[in-house]
Ligand binder design. Structure first.
Ligand code: ATP
Ligand code: MG
Length: 247
């Protein structure tokens, strides 16, 4: 097992936002996380990455056999967790190329930076300050570009396609397929990912192993990601809440 989350309960500013989350991700798996606005999806990623506002009050997170709560953000990244943010910050004074050199896991002479910049149509952005003045779609391409260079064992991908036009979704979808090694036979895949999506468009590019529904800080349902998304489209998240009440 690559990632093991057991009964994880998390507080932000004294308020419980995740409750008793239990979730396993195996090597090579792709998981889709669904859920309406404000239920704690991004908070789960922030907690896994180790952002200090997210306080674990109960439960355990283990990644490659290591207890994550004992590790800093940098140590978690070095161990192989990467994240593309829903709303990443801009960093004035640091060029995208400079960051790319730091995070490039291929340790080549910059060939992969050039290559992935081409794949994500970011050649003209490498000498710009990170995200400063980038359009919504450009920010998302830059996030996935950074993940491709890091090539993490576990990618936490928060709404990669929100605000992205059709042609750029194509670029992002194909880049994610590459990141999660979808072209390799299942047994040879070592990269895993958890993807948060509201539009479901990403499912047109890659198959997921499972989908989960997060409602009010709790994982309530697990199943076939495509079927779950079709249900959400037909009935909306409201029906999920009704289903919970029946249970
Ligand atoms: N740093 C913070 N300080 C205060 N409240 C926070 C913080 N981070 C998250 N929250 C609150 O936790 C709840 C869950 O937020 P989160 O961003 O995880 O939702 P989400 O499921 O990702 O929603 P969306 O689909 O809109 O992105 C929200 O009510 C949010 O306001
Ligand atoms: Mg979010």
């Amino acid at each position: 097992m690559l990632l093991n989350i057991e009964n994880l309960t998390v507080e932000v500013e004294g308020k419980t936002i995740l409750q008793d989350i239990t979730l396993d991700v195996d090597e090579g798996e792709t998981i889709i996380l669904f859920g309406p606005n404000g239920v704690g999806k991004s908070s789960l990623f922030m907690t896994l990455m180790g952002f200090p506002n997210y306080k674990v009050t109960k439960g355990k997170m283990t990644f490659r056999g290591e207890d994550l709560s004992k590790l800093s953000i940098a140590e978690r990244a070095t161990l192989g967790i990467g994240m593309s943010f829903q709303k990443p910050i801009s960093i004035k004074g640091i060029k995208l190329y400079g960051l790319s050199e730091l995070i490039n896991s291929y340790k080549d002479n910059g060939d992969k930076i050039k290559y992935y910049a081409e794949v994500l149509k970011l050649e003209q952005f490498l000498e710009r300050d990170i995200n400063l003045g980038f359009s919504g779609g450009e920010v998302k391409r830059s996030e996935i570009f950074q993940l491709l260079l890091q090539n993490p064992r576990l990618s936490l991908i928060d709404e990669p396609e929100s605000g992205v036009d059709i042609e750029n979704i194509d670029i992002l979808g194909n880049a994610l397929k590459r990141l999660l090694q979808k072209e390799a036979p299942r047994a040879n895949r070592r990269n895993s990912g958890i993807i948060i999506t509201h539009t479901g468009l990403i499912l047109n590019y890659l198959n997921a192993d499972r989908g989960y529904m997060l409602l009010d800080g709790q994982l309530t349902c697990c199943g076939n990601a495509r079927e779950m998304f079709e249900d959400i489209q037909k009935r909306g998240y409201r029906k999920c809440l009704d289903c919970l009440k029946i249970r």
